[in-house]
Ligand binder design. Sequence first.
Ligand code: ACO
Length: 446
Amino acid sequence: PANVGIHALEFHFPAQFVDQEELEQFDGVSTGKYTIGLGQTQMGVCDDREDINSISLTVVQNLVEKHSLSFKDIGFLEVGTETLIDKSKSVKTVLMTLFEKSGNFDVVGIDTKNACYGGTASVFNAVNWIESSSWDGRWAIVVAADIASYAPGPARPTGGAGAVAILIGPNAPVVFDQGVRGTFMNNVWDFYKPELGCEYPIVDGHFSSVCYIQSFDASYNLFTQKFAKRYSPHPEKKITSQDLDHVVFHSPNCKLVQKAFARMTYLDLLQDPENALYGPLKEWARFGQTEESYYNKDLERTLIQFTKDEYQKKVLPSLYAATNVGNMYTASMWAGLASLLSLTPEQELLQKRVGLFSYGSGSAATFFSARIVGSTERFKETIQMQTRLAQRIKVTPERYSELMLLRQETAGLKDYTPVGDTTIMAKGTFYLQHIDDKSRRTYARV
Ligand code: ACO
């Protein structure tokens, strides 16, 4: 099969959100800290009616319905998530409920986990399956879904929640470039969740941001080498950010994405310091990729300033979901791609190349790319990003804190019926009905 890639994307987010400006006031931090300092506008919040199973059920069923797919025609389904509610039973098995009526139980794939990277790992598994001798001609679906919540404190405004379902097959309008995945994995303790009963991670926020940038460096450098080897008539000439029309990043907060995009030009400069393109940046090349280069604020500011216009053009359109919903962990980068494809006019996307950077703490990261070769109209029609986000209900920061506390206090309970209001949910949303005395969960749909 040729041109394996993305045929469709479906995006689910919570029905309620909190405004980041109001949250700044409520938290008593300086005006602009969350909105300008972190680049966040709104943050989605779930009550106790949604869990990892319900948001995954929602996004798969909606994808299948919107694209008139048959469950019989799906041969692969994986879920990438770090929102674990069970040490053994996968979310994938819960999703098999949706397949029951069709009689199709022959669906390979299972859950994958490592912080925000699981969705990307599953996409690679799906692509590999289709390109392998195991492929039986059917669709692959990947779900990237998480409920991202932090304990009260500086990390809390970088929470959120979301789920993306990705329909993968040959001859797609968005085709993954082959042989160019630049991967970097190492052992760091920047963010981890050792307690199953608690949704909050242990996080070293500033360190995790540096880990993100360091992983970006390694993955992007490797990507440029692999890309040149595979596709360039001059393999000795690595590609640069100039060869990418758009770049979609995992977005823990939008400001970090702007820093990573700025860093990209710095890495390009290090490869070619004499190039007139980089003009005033040249003197900064002396820092190389030293430890200091990750912490020097003057360098960071200079790079951000130098890349400001490019950032508006190449990155900002993909941050619509991230700034209005927040971090969605595994779903973040894929919701970024959904933003780009659904909000940009088709003529501006056709024949364009998109770089993609996925990072999951701990850590696992890959930079890879895709090319838009077919119509993106269906993405726009089915995702309806702006219209659907505008239909959400705003809650006060007080209410937001109550909802977070409700989730915290009811996490892991048995024999529990959630209290969240299901009438506010968008049509087609699945919700948690009940957890019985043996921790078995049942779901219903609005
Ligand atoms: N107006 C404008 N900007 C402001 C203001 C203000 N009033 N106040 C602060 N800022 C700026 C700061 O200068 C800083 O900018 P800089 O990063 O360019 O230096 C930024 O806002 C953040 O302020 P800090 O004081 O650094 O923020 P804090 O220490 O409170 O926390 C952090 C930020 C570390 C991102 C925290 O929210 C966190 O831990 N988040 C979760 C971890 C995370 O997302 N890590 C990223 C990768 S891992 C992952 O994906 C989970």
